[in-house]
Design a protein around this ligand. Sequence first.
Ligand SMILES: [Zn+2]
Length: 213
Amino acid sequence: MNRYEQMLLENKAWVEEMLEGDPAFFKKLSASQKPEFLWIGCSDSRVSPSEITQTSPGEIFIHRNVANLVVHTDFNLLSVLQYAVEVLEINHVIVCGHYGCGGVHAALTQQSYGMIDIWLRHIKDTYCAHKHEVDTQPNDEARANKLVEINVRQQVRNLAKTTIIQKAWKNRQRPFLHGWVFDMKDGIIRPQMEITPHQPCDDPVYAYDVFKK
Ligand SMILES: [Zn+2]
C-alpha cells in the first residue's frame, strides 16, 4: 500500500474515533468556527501546530510560510491576518519559529537555492541589523539559534506595525501578540516575547493615525 493510500485509511479511522467520542463532532465542526488563536508558523514538516500544542480542530486559525515571516507586502499573510483579527476576532496571534529552521540557516550562508533566495532576503536583512549579536555566538548552531530567536521577535514587531493590529488594539484591546520558538530537540516551546494591546507601537515612525478614523 502506498503511503498516501494509508493516509486515506488513517483518515477513516480518525473519523470513527471522533464519532465514538462525540457522535455530533462533525455536525458541530461544520457549523462554524470561533478560533481564539492565529498561528503564524514555519512550513517545516516537523512543526505541526495542532500536534505540538495539543489543540483540536477549530481552535487555531493557521498561516504557514518558510521561516514564519510577517512581510508587510505579503497579501496572503495580510489577508489571513485581517480576516482572523477583524472577522473571527481572535484574541492572540502567535508567531512560532523553531530551532533548526532551514530558512534561517540558509539566510546565514551564501548558498543560492533559487527563487526562495528573494523570500529569505528578509532574514538576511534581520541578520544584518543584528550581526554583532549573532556573530558573537560561540559556534554555528548557536549563531543559527540566536537568529531564529531574533527573527521571531522581529516578526512580532512587524505585526505591531500593521494598521490591522493597531486598529484592533484601538477598537477592542485585542489581540495579544506572542513570539515563541519550538525546540524540536526536546519538544518544548520557549516563549521569547509578548506585546500587549496596551503597549503602543515601539517606534513612532510606524504608529498610524488609525485613532482618528
Ligand atoms: Zn523553519
